[in-house]
Write a protein that binds this ligand. Structure first.
Ligand code: ADP
Length: 599
């Protein structure tokens, strides 16, 4: 029984070394580890053979292999600190060791043992060179231990861990082997003496930690290797038992097949683990890059916010003083050219102030710092107020803004200033982008949420299908709670004009930052391309959506936006309570000073 245990131990050690070899067959550390396991495995197997068929030559071979096994340990340990090739100094040292080992080995073969009887392995009498063999082996092992300690003291912390495993492994092995073959027999218990060589398993398993990465030792790999090795062992034992029988050839074929399939299985498990490892590394790198990008983005927004804030005050002052200088009641400017130039400067200052305040608003929205104070409001009243405010501009552009009073109240839960801003932007654009005299029609209706989903859904799909670059923030607001659509019904407010219209391919791009349709009519009018971006963000902060529609150039445009009905008030309050907004940081919309005639 114990004999077969030794046989299995030998097979296990060689297969284990082979597993380490195929896990990374190019690394010298793995190759030399395989050499070590091959030597130790052969040593154990020759012990097994000796138990079955004790011959003098086998016994001498065992002593010889034990010398070579120790030599292979030196070679392996050399690569423990990550070296990729072998130095001349070390090659010379190894050559010297090999010569002396061959010499001692030869002496053992010549006269290491004098055999009285080989009926039992214990009936062996030692020859004259045996003592020199023992001394040589002790020196070799001590030399190896001091070599390991030297490596331990010089390597970095990560490798120190690995060398520690090897040291623990070899100490355990020496303790176990001497217990089985020396200590126990002195107390008269020598039945386990033959287990001294299989104890090397402990050393090899510990040492393999130094070769493989810790991640390799998961249940999946260990189970696969264990089962495969057991299978190989069983097949090999069957071959040995059946030798001479008829089924021997078949056994050999099955053994070879089992071996090949086992190797394939282990390799596939290993490559799977390696792939998983690579994936982990990649996703970690991706996560880090993403964090870095987020940091950069935050820094950029903070910078824009700070710069805009600092710029707005002096620009507004310039704009204010220019406006006073152009006021004939306050200042008399004699030269009409001066008035003309001053007027141009004034207009530019106003545009600049508009741009800066837009950028400030965008950074507030993106950082979630825009103050939105919602209350119960009647949309009909708000629309009427905005139309009244824009009347002068509309008249200037020969536009008539029509809103038929629906004779019902359309109550919603919203911030009146923000809703006004939305309407001013949309109706303002309709005025701005209509070159001929015309009518702008504003309507409000109550519709099931499904209408919103299908109308807005079309644009959303189209944006998602466009190139990544054009998909830039399909939604302006990042916080899911703030922009979620609520309720079964929505108010749909539509602003329809008879203006320049929008080409179909532009409809998906209108809400991008700084995007302006590049046709003649828009080039003629002043603008920043930020208005619709801000408008969309404001609509989304009210759980609404906004989308454009146009039959094409010259065919007018319709902008529709949705707002929830008052029935959804509680849902809105609940959702916003979940939003991680920093209430301390909230700021109102920034507005440039004076009248804005950039429409
Ligand atoms: P700005 O008006 O400052 O250019 P906006 O973001 O408000 O920026 O609008 C973006 C672009 O959308 C405009 O430049 C214009 O080309 C187009 N646009 C917006 N509203 C209309 C409209 N009612 N009719 C035609 N084109 C429009």
């Amino acid at each position: 029984m114990l004999n077969y245990f030794i046989l299995l131990a030998g097979i296990f050690i060689i297969s284990f070394g082979f597993f380490i070899l195929i896990s990374s067959h190019k690394k010298l550390l793995n190759i030399t580890f395989f050499l070590v396991s091959l030597m130790i495995g052969s040593w154990i197997l020759s012990n097994f053979l000796f138990q079955i068929n004790p011959t003098v030559i086998l016994l001498k071979t065992i002593f010889f292999i034990s010398i070579l096994s120790t030599l292979s340990l030196y070679l392996w340990a050399y690569f423990l600190d990550g070296k990729e090739n072998i130095s001349i100094k070390f090659s010379l040292f190894m050559a010297l060791l090999l010569c002396s080992s061959l010499f001692v080995g030869g002496a053992i073969f010549k006269d290491g043992l004098v055999v009285v009887s080989l009926n039992s392995p214990s009936d062996v009498v030692l020859g004259q060179y045996f003592l020199s063999y023992v001394i040589y082996m002790v020196l070799l092992i001590l030399g190896f231990l001091s070599y390991l300690i030297k490596i331990y003291l010089t390597v970095d912390i990560e490798r120190k861990m690995k060398v520690r495993f090897v040291l623990i492994g070899i100490t355990l092995f020496l303790i176990m082997a001497s217990t089985f073959s020396l200590i126990l027999p002195t107390f008269g218990f020598d039945k386990l003496a033959i287990l001294d060589s299989p104890s090397a398993i402990v050393f090899l398993i510990f040492s393999s930690f130094a070769v493989l990465k810790y991640k390799m030792f998961n249940i999946q790999t260990v189970a696969t290797v264990f089962l495969t090795v057991v299978l190989w062992g069983v097949l090999l034992v069957k071959v040995i038992i059946d030798s001479g029988k008829e089924s021997f050839n078949l056994d050999i074929v099955v053994l070879i097949l089992g071996f090949v399939l086992g190797v394939i299985l282990i390799r596939s498990v290993l490559s799977e683990i390696r792939r998983r490892e690579q994936l982990q590394v990649l996703s970690k790198q991706l996560g880090e890059a993403n964090l870095h990008l987020k940091d950069l983005d935050k820094m950029k927004t903070e910078f824009v916010s700070l710069a805009s804030h600092e710029l707005l005050t002096p620009v507004s002052a310039i704009e204010g003083y220019l406006s006073m200088m152009l006021d004939e009641k306050l200042v008399k400017l004699e030269d009409p050219k001066a008035v003309q130039y001053m007027d141009r400067v004034y207009r530019s200052a106003k545009r600049l102030a508009r741009l800066i305040s837009d950028m400030l608003n965008i950074s507030r929205i993106e950082e979630g710092r825009l103050l939105v104070e919602k209350k119960d409001i009647n949309m009909v009243e708000v629309i009427q107020q905005v139309i009244e405010e824009l009347k002068f501009k509309a008249d200037e552009h020969k536009q008539k803004v029509v809103f038929e009073d629906p004779k019902a109240s359309f109550m919603t839960f919203a911030d009146p200033d923000k809703v006004k801003e939305i309407l001013v932007n949309i109706i303002g654009n309709s005025i701005k982008y209509t070159l001929q005299p015309g009518t702008i029609t504003v309507t409000i209706e109550k519709a099931p949420t499904s209408v919103l989903n299908s109308e807005w859904g079309k644009l959303e799909q189209a944006i998602l299908a466009s190139p990544v670059d054009d998909q830039e923030s399909i939604h302006a607001v990042g916080d899911e709670h703030m922009k979620q659509i609520v309720g079964d019904e929505q108010y749909l407010i539509r602003v329809k004009d008879q203006g320049v219209g929008i080409p179909k391919e532009e409809l998906t791009k209108l809400f991008k930052k700084f995007h302006r349709v590049g046709n003649y009519s828009t080039q003629e009018s002043q603008g920043t391309g930020l208005g619709l971006y801000i408008t969309r963000a404001l609509v989304e902060l009210h759980h609404g959506r906004i989308w454009p529609d146009s039959e094409g150039e010259g065919k007018g445009s319709t902008f529709t936006f949705s707002l929830p009905t008052l029935e959804s008030k509680q849902a809105i309050v609940d959702l916003e309570a979940q939003s991680p907004q920093d209430k301390e940081q909230l700021k109102p919309l920034a507005k440039p000073m004076g009248d804005d005639d950039t429409l």
